[in-house]
Design a protein around this ligand. Structure first.
Ligand SMILES: Cc1ncc(COP(=O)(O)O)c(C=O)c1O
Length: 458
């Protein structure tokens, strides 16, 4: 038994039949304060619908869909059954020069949800892999068309595109970059759109800031369009604090990319699969990119999977050389893994049957409008300096403790956990992205638990 675990809690866990780890020494946890965590672990044991239960049998309301991924809620029967049946039928199929029917079926289903003209789907196993696949695809696309000088990749400050080298190079999360020093050469960044002086407490899209997109024109003036391959942005930046795009901003980026022959990539790892009230934020905001990266909600988080959804012309540009040659020398052993495909099909069936991909529509009277009213009622509570929202995602930004950034928000996270609510914090912002099956009573409980924690926070 782990010495770090309280004996009374261990007894409680045993009483509920939960298995505690024999030791917590070997596991080096990702994006976690390992030493702090292991002194006071938060261990989850099971999940259903809107809730988790921890190893002590305590019910915990899920305010973040696991990690922005369990959009249909936990342990949905169709998804579970699909995975179980697939595991019993065929465990693995090699994806290189071989295939299996469900990979083709899932690709068709995803393409059918995507904006018109985006009919090709390339599978990866995570958001990070989807991003690096898209960046490589952009470089290869220009090369195959005889524009091989287009190699520069543009991201945005405060962007998060996963943790692989391509993703951190175009990404703009300082901690994720400075720790490693090295990055892919030839990357640049436009400014982020966070502008609290003009836009604090905006409901939905902020009114000010479309002109931030003009930064792309400046980079074109500096490098020349003939050297730029692609721009990648999250339609809503999630991991750096829920930054909603200003009205007209994404449209402007699209216009500039089209004008300069630069590919526009929307990283929809968080916004994809219903978070904003449409299958993709591209549809919600009425802007069609050239590629969409997605993951998370694609399989409801049940089996790892990512994908790049591509405009037909981009795919077709590759289909020109001799037919016996591999057109795009890229892929993963587990691209289109049978279990992931089964989970994906079960997930899309669940979304369709329950109308979940449009449930976060911000129109008045809907659950997203109720959620918006709830989170904005936190304006005026201690430490709150901004509230931002769109669909079923929200950010509540707190004043940082002087000299100790992130500490106040994390104390609110711990308080909520003790009270049976799971939230997420990034910097000093509380990020909420509940499962799309959320009901009003859950919204009330999320908002009131956070309100109480804010009032208690130092
Ligand atoms: C926008 C975005 N891109 C990429 C990723 C990376 O996804 P993964 O953790 O599956 O590699 C994330 C993860 O949160 C994300 O939010």
């Amino acid at each position: 038994m782990n010495k770090a675990l309280d004996p009374a809690l261990m007894q409680a866990a045993e009483a509920t039949g939960s298995q505690l780890p024999a030791s917590m020494n070997a596991y080096w946890m990702p994006f976690t304060a390992n030493r702090q965590f292991k002194k006071a672990p938060r261990l989850l044991a099971r999940a259903s619908g809107m809730h988790y239960w921890d190893v002590h049998g305590r019910e915990v309301l899920d305010g973040v869909a696991g990690l922005w991924c369990v959009n249909a809620g936990h342990n949905r029967p169709r998804i579970t059954a699909a995975i179980q049946a697939q595991a019993a039928e065929m465990d693995f199929a090699p994806p290189f020069q071989m295939g299996h029917p469900k990979a083709f079926d899932l690709a068709e289903r995803v393409a059918a949800l995507a904006p018109a003209g985006m009919g090709k789907v390339f599978f990866a196993n995570s958001g990070s892999e989807a991003v690096d696949s898209a960046l490589k695809m952009a470089l290869a696309y220009h090369r195959v068309r005889g524009e091989g000088t287009r190699t520069r990749l543009i991201g945005r400050e405060r962007g998060y595109h996963g943790v692989n080298f391509g993703g951190i190079s175009v990404g703009g999360m300082i901690g994720n970059r400075k720790t490693f020093g090295l990055a892919v050469a030839g990357t640049d960044h436009i400014r982020h759109t966070h502008d609290p002086a003009r836009n604090a407490y905006s409901q939905g899209q902020p009114a000010q800031g479309a002109e931030f997109a003009d930064d792309l024109d400046k980079l074109v003036a500096l490098h020349d369009a003939s050297n730029i391959a692609a721009v990648i942005v999250e339609p809503i930046a999630g991991s750096t604090g829920v930054l909603i795009p200003p009205a007209g901003y994404l449209q402007k980026l699209r216009e500039l990319c089209t004008k300069h022959g630069i590919l526009l990539i929307f990283d929809e790892v968080i916004t994809g699969f219903g978070r904003t009230g449409q299958p993709f934020a591209a549809q919600t905001f009425g802007v069609t990119p050239d590629m969409i990266t997605c993951a998370k909600g694609l399989t409801n988080g049940a089996v790892p999977m990512g994908a790049v959804i591509v405009r037909d012309e981009i795919h077709d540009a590759f289909m020109t050389g001799p037919e016996h040659l591999i057109e795009f020398p890229h892929g993963y052993t587990y691209s289109g893994h049978p279990l992931a495909c089964a989970a994906g099909i079960g997930t899309l069936d669940t979304y369709a049957e329950e109308g979940l991909l449009t449930r976060a529509d911000p129109a008045p009277g809907g659950i997203a409008a109720y959620f918006a009213a709830g989170v904005h009622s936190l304006k005026g509570e201690p430490h709150v300096i901004d509230v931002r929202n769109f669909g079923l995602v929200a950010g509540i930004e707190l004043q940082a403790i002087a000299g100790e950034p992130t500490k106040r928000a994390f104390s609110v996270f711990l308080d909520c956990w003790e009270e049976g609510l799971m939230i997420r914090t990034t910097g000093d912002t509380i990020a909420l992205s509940p499962p799309l099956i959320i009901e009003r009573a859950h919204v009330d409980r999320i908002v009131e638990t956070i309100r109480t924690a804010l009032r208690r926070a130092a």
